[in-house]
Design a protein around this ligand. Structure first.
Ligand code: HEM
Length: 456
């Protein structure tokens, strides 16, 4: 709760102890989710910390998550500062993630339909066919397959085809290298700027631009010819450029058109890779999931789209539980637009803020036995995720994931298909997941599973 600064005495804000200049960077790099939980437990809902010489405020807990969605939160917080490095790197004027207020609303309106689950309505069978061809290509029987990489190709194949009309698989490595550098150096600032001088990065960025120009050409050819109902995200962005160039200038086309890959690739690939691990690691969960997916596809691939989620409650529980324990967005990053008081602590205009939205994921107050993988937490009457501010895998407030409804279907359908088609095993059987943290927390790139065969 936020109280006017003059009504109550302010509380002194504790400072997290860290190394000179490096500050908390090592602890954050080891396990950011746990680091933020520890800070919350040790220092309370507000503390100050240092990362590579830069000062930050951390606000955490359910109050912080809820604050993002309040009128006050919208007035006091903005995203610009965290994304301006990326915007400059693309030679753009702005990006959806880095604008707030009316300008943000305008961009979200342009992209809402293209990013929503409407974009895959009537196309579940097509998504399944894409997923199947990924198995044939990237998951050979008998082999140990790197899961995150396998998922990255699957996601680009799916998102490319559905959102943009083409699957640019030859660009997957370039997109990944570009995202990795930009997010690490310019957005989350966990790595030094010198890395952007690497020839490897420059080459990859040039290739992403090449992809962007191809997408512009493709959109140009389609403009005015595609019926309203068949327009995809690329068509909508290009139409906005033609019809309201002040909202979508030419300089912003590449960052907007390649946006689905920045937003969707690492997020979905890391999440689905983590789900492969959690399901294989818990045989009782695996048995329930296999039973469900076998029933789901027993009548063929032409499934009832509206009934999908209802038919796979255990898989849904496994997905939600994995997203609780392996959140890809541990905190949201914002800048204070003005002086304000949060939980009795003074925060000054211009201060950089981490909002530890994933902290409640690990709190026994909301999720009893928080480290236990329990897929039944989400069903009524328990519905533990429904406590306000407790569960935020897709973020909170005005920048809440625009692709959420699409991602939910994409993840559910992809995982249903993975477990229906492939007989996978951890190796060794008692393998414990190694994780990475930069730029997106998730399973380590060397996490592999054995493809023992096809189940169907
Ligand atoms: C596991 C899946 C995903 C997770 C957990 C996830 C999570 C998030 C989070 C936490 C944010 C908010 C960031 C912030 O407030 O700073 C966000 C924003 C966004 N996401 Fe996702 N995301 C996922 C998949 C996707 C997919 C598949 C797409 C579309 C292809 C997508 C599109 C977007 C967009 C466009 C935004 C920016 C929204 C805005 O700034 O207004 N996401 N996502």
């Amino acid at each position: 709760m936020n109280i006017a600064a003059d009504s109550l005495p302010l509380r002194p804000t504790p400072k997290v102890r860290g190394l000179p200049w490096l500050g908390s960077v090592l602890a954050m790099a080891r396990d950011p989710a746990q680091f933020f939980v520890n800070c919350y437990r040790q220092y309370g809902p507000v503390c100050r910390l240092n990362v590579l010489g830069n000062p930050y405020v951390l606000i955490a807990g359910v109050e912080a998550a809820n604050f993002l969605g309040t009128r006050e939160g919208k007035e006091c917080l903005r995203s610009k500062e965290f994304w301006e490095g990326l915007v400059a790197e693309y030679g753009a004027t702005r990006t959806l993630t880095g604008v707030d207020g009316e300008a943000h609303k305008q961009l979200r309106d342009i992209m809402r339909n293209g990013y929503s689950k409407e974009s895959i309505k009537g196309r579940y069978q097509e998504l399944l066919a894409i997923t199947d061809r990924c198995f044939t290509r990237d998951w050979p029987v008998g082999q140990l397959v790197p899961v995150v990489e396998g998922m990255q190709y699957m996601v680009v194949d799916q998102l490319g085809t559905i959102l943009t009309g083409a699957a640019p698989l030859e660009y997957v490595k370039d997109i990944r290298t570009t995202i990795l550098h930009i997010l690490n150096v310019l957005v989350t600032r966990q790595r030094p700027k010198i890395l952007l001088k690497r020839p490897k990065y420059k080459k990859a960025k040039a290739r992403v631009f090449e992809l962007g120009y191809q997408m512009i050409e493709q959109a140009k050819r389609r403009y005015g010819k595609v019926p309203e109902a068949e327009r995809n995200l690329i068509d909508d962005i290009y139409a906005a450029h033609k019809e309201t160039p002040e909202v979508m200038p030419a300089s912003d086309l590449i960052v907007s058109l390649t946006g689905p890959y920045v937003a969707g690739l690492d997020t979905v690939a890391n999440t689905t890779a983590a789900i492969v691990y959690t399901v294989l690691k818990h045989p009782e969960v695996k048995a329930r999931v296999l039973k469900e997916v076998d029933e789901l596809f027993a009548g063929g691939d032409n499934i009832d789209e509206t009934a999908l989620m209802k038919r796979i409650p255990s898989l849904q529980g496994a997905i939600m539980e994995t997203m609780r324990l392996y959140p890809i967005a541990v905190a949201q990053m914002r800048c204070a637009t003005k002086d304000f008081v949060f939980e009795g602590h003074q925060i000054k205009a211009g201060e950089m803020i981490y909002i530890g939205t994933s902290v409640p994921h690990f709190m026994s107050e909301y999720f009893p036995e928080p480290m236990k993988f329990d897929i039944d937490r989400y069903a009524k009457p328990r519905a533990e995720h429904m406590a306000p501010g407790a569960y935020s895998p897709y973020g909170r407030g005005p920048h809440t994931c625009l692709g959420k409804s699409l991602a939910e279907v994409q993840i559910a359908l992809s995982m249903a298909r993975v477990f229906y088609k492939l007989d996978l095993a951890l190796e060794p059987e008692n393998y414990t997941l190694k994780t990475k943290t930069a730029p997106t927390p998730g399973p380590a790139m060397d996490f592999k599973v054995r493809v023992k065969g096809y189940r169907h």
